[in-house]
Design a protein around this ligand. Structure first.
Ligand code: ATP
Length: 335
């Protein structure tokens, strides 16, 4: 079991309020990811859940029990940090078992749990090594293994992959996804990386300046962003925003259209413009065009395309894929 309820969590450092009333329900077994711009309070919220930071006010319940005054070690959580936080003088095996040893667990139990976690994470060949003798990816697997052996109610991950190179990030991301399927454990994960958030999460929580902008599944956030902030934050390249009045969309202040929902042609279309820049990404081509009506537009085309700077082109949006926002930046629903 491992459900989590946060109610009206506030946290201030001096006069700076970093969390401004966070309410969140996480069900047992869910994989929930916090995203948001640097400084929005993601890590602080995770640390409040862990008990490493005291909330100024509010309630943290794990499996229904209030833990706001419970020390971190007694909350039934395990945290995995970006920096691994392994003990350099201990072997992999001892690093993984240390938490259980300190908790006074029997040697046979420790051995069995370390062996199981090590098997799950393919760490068996490295059990006798020290952290300095491991790659970054292997070290992070040890840190994850150390969390697993404690059989926590909640796993908390604070940007666990950000010290790894691109290939290892992908591999470790897949391992974390497999681990979640296998353990069916509740996981809460902070990341800067959109791909991690989109691929791992059951539910993404978008934070901005200490408050929640929207909570939803990755595709809900992508297809139905509630406001301009979420529309601009989720998706790369970013959604195009156009002043509604310039393109004759009455009743809205701003119109949004994702780069993949615009077609390009040399022969004719909705907005005439000039190619500014082209990026060939292999599977995709990103074309930046300047049109009189819309300003700079980012267009994503599947495959390779022979557009070049200064080409005259027409951009045509898929009207069914437009997002319309009101004066306050809230989506105008039902259109
Ligand atoms: N111990 C502290 N004392 C004072 N201010 C702090 C402390 N810890 C965090 N802050 C401030 O709280 C705000 C939120 O920080 P936090 O680390 O939670 O953000 P974040 O969203 O995780 O950012 P990043 O993505 O850059 O890691 C920041 O403005 C930060 O400077």
């Amino acid at each position: 079991m491992g459900s989590l309820q946060l109610t009206s969590i506030r946290k201030a450092f001096g006069t700076h309020e970093v969390l401004k009333g966070i309410d969140l329900d996480v069900k047992d077994g869910e994989f929930v990811i916090f995203v948001g711009p640097s400084g929005c309070g993601k890590s602080t919220l995770l640390r409040v859940i862990a008990g490493l930071e005291d909330a100024t006010s509010g309630s943290v319940r794990i499996d229904g029990a209030e833990v706001i005054n419970t020390p971190p070690a007694k909350r039934g959580i395990a945290m995995v940090f970006q920096s691994y936080a392994l003990y350099p003088h201990l072997t992999v095996k001892d690093n993984m078992g240390l938490g259980l040893k300190q908790a006074g667990e029997e040697k046979s139990v420790i051995e069995a749990r370390v062996a199981k976690a090590s098997g799950m994470l393919s760490l068996d060949p490295y059990l006798a090594r020290r952290p300095a003798e491991l790659s970054g990816g292997q070290r992070q697997r040890v840190a994850i293994g150390r969390a697993i052996v404690r059989e926590p109610k909640l796993f908390l991950f604070d940007e666990p992959l950000s010290n790894l190179d691109a290939a290892l990030r992908v591999q470790t991301r897949l391992e974390i996804a497999a681990l979640h399927r296998r353990l069916k454990a509740t996981m809460i994960y902070v990341t800067h990386d959109q791909v991690e958030a989109m691929t791992l999460a059951d539910k993404i929580v978008v934070l901005n300046a200490g408050a929640i902008e929207q909570i939803g599944s990755p595709m809900e956030l992508y297809n139905r962003p509630a406001n301009l902030f979420v529309a601009g934050f989720i998706g790369s390249p970013q959604m195009n925003f156009i002043e509604a009045g310039r393109i004759g969309e009455p009743g809205a202040k701003t119109v949004g259209i994702r780069p993949e929902h615009i077609a390009l042609s040399r022969d004719g279309g909705t907005w005439q413009g000039r190619v500014e820049h082209v990026e060939h990404l292999g599977a995709d081509t990103i074309v930046y065009i300047e049109t009189e009506k819309t300003g700079l537009l980012t267009v994503r085309l599947f495959g390779e395309h022979p557009y070049a700077p200064d080409d005259l082109v027409f951009a045509t949006p898929d009207m069914a894929s437009l997002h319309r926002f009101d004066d306050d930046g809230r989506v105008i629903a039902g259109r």
